[in-house]
Design a protein around this ligand. Structure first.
Ligand SMILES: Nc1nc2c(ncn2[C@@H]2O[C@H](COP(=O)(O)OP(=O)(O)OP(=O)(O)O)[C@@H](O)[C@H]2O)c(=O)[nH]1
Length: 385
């Protein structure tokens, strides 16, 4: 139902300078996103505008330029590194006679390809339907092909009304199923997480190295790849960290700037685990020139999902690519707030283990919640050993 760039689709990327800054990083990120979605990038078109054109996003001259580049490269897909309104997208497709998608659709597509668990798939579908629902207007009936036709259409209904009705029914079903799964998860997790176990979630910008670090710490074989959003489903492992005892470590979905709102909403129950963790390991690609903007983007999403107040240790990863040495930094109260390491070479990994042990000891020493259940108890998926 959702329009996905088929593998090997020949794409032209378009990014306009609208004074947002970090243009090079944004563009290389778009490239990586496009490749992650399975497209081959044939050309990149830049440009400058004070503000987007209401009808076409780009100016008429720019649209003509895109048409010419499409022709020269025999490309069949245009990807804008921006959020297009439904009308802009439709007008561009008419004008260019080719499929046009925006950044949100591209990210949703990658999520759709990566989702493995039942819950992940339902969440992605919900986000896609949300995106699609704004695009259901006359002459824009994506669901046409999907519908069987005879027997499905209600009496006197227009195509558009039928589409809306089908969409509404599906959204309701998805929400009900997700609510059921969430409830089951809560019950399971309550039984599983013993007292005195520190729950730690890995968070970070996509490609920062979360899965590599998760594997290095747990030797678990989580899927690490030089692709964006390789990890979509939360995986949790119990980890013995020496004298401090046990922690439960969870690898989670990577964040990205301008994360589509529909995705944040759909992934709410998965992200909620992050919000209820005792400690976040915020993994940063220390070798990226874009790292400060990435840290900000991650922190913004954390606030959005209610995890803004969870204590963090910043893990400056990939020091093998920088001049930095393995080290630990403490804040003014003597608490570890930064660890420099390389998940790939293992340099500095023992410092992080020690930091986790220290956090686990501090948490075990903290006074118990009189109600008997800590508000910080994390929802965890089954612990695979
Ligand atoms: N040089 C170097 N590369 C690293 C290091 N850690 C991870 N990488 C590489 O960075 C890329 C991304 O790593 P992942 O572990 O998949 O990153 P992630 O944060 O889980 O990515 P998402 O699933 O997109 O959120 C892979 O190519 C890793 O091999 C490191 O310490 N040094």
């Amino acid at each position: 139902m959702f329009e996905r760039p088929a593998s090997g689709e020949r794409a032209v990327l378009v990014q306009l300078d609208l004074n947002q800054g970090a243009l090079d990083e944004r563009l290389s990120e778009l490239r990586l996103l496009a490749v992650s979605a399975g497209a081959s990038v044939e050309a990149v078109i830049g440009g400058r505008r004070a503000k987007p054109d209401p009808a076409l996003f780009a100016g008429r001259g720019k649209v003509d330029e895109i048409a010419e580049v499409l022709r020269v490269h025999d490309a069949d897909l245009v990807i804008f590194n921006h959020a297009l309104s439904p009308a802009q997208q439709r007008n561009l497709e008419r004008s260019l006679e080719c499929r046009v998608i925006d950044r949100t659709a591209l990210i949703l597509d990658i999520f759709a390809q990566r989702a493995r668990s039942h819950e992940g798939k339902l969440q992605v579908e919900l986000a896609q339907l949300d995106h699609l629902s704004t695009r259901l207007v006359r002459g824009w009936t994506h669901l046409e092909r999907q519908k069987g036709g005879i027997g499905l259409r209600g009496p006197g209904e227009t195509q558009l009304e039928t589409d809306r009705r089908l969409l509404g029914t599906r959204v309701k079903t998805l929400k009900e199923r997700l609510a059921r799964i969430e409830k089951q998860r809560r019950v399971r997790r309550r039984g599983r997480l013993g007292r005195g176990v520190l729950s730690v979630s890995l968070v970070g910008y996509t490609n920062a190295g979360k899965s590599t670090l998760f594997n290095a710490l747990t030797k678990a074989g989580a899927y690490a790849a030089d692709q964006l959003f390789a990890t979509l489903d939360t995986t949790s492992r119990r980890l013995y960290v020496g004298e401090g005892g046990n922690v439960v470590l969870s690898d989670t979905v990577g964040f990205i700037r301008d994360l589509p709102h529909s995705l944040v909403a759909a992934f709410h129950s998965t992200l909620e685990e992050t919000a209820s963790a005792d400690l976040l390991l915020h993994v940063v690609d220390a070798a990226s020139e874009d790292r400060e903007a990435q840290v900000d983007a991650v922190n913004r999403v954390l606030v959005e999902i209610g995890a803004g107040d969870v204590p963090q240790i910043m893990v400056m990863n990939k020091i093998d690519l920088t001049q930095a040495e393995a080290a630990v930094n403490r804040d003014e109260y003597g608490k570890i707030d930064r660890v420099f390491l390389s998940a790939r070479t293992g340099e500095g990994l023992s410092l992080l283990r020690d930091a986790l042990a220290e956090a686990a000891r501090a948490s075990a020493a903290a006074p118990e919640d009189p109600a008997g259940s800590s508000p910080n108890l994390t929802d965890i998926d089954p612990i695979q050993t």
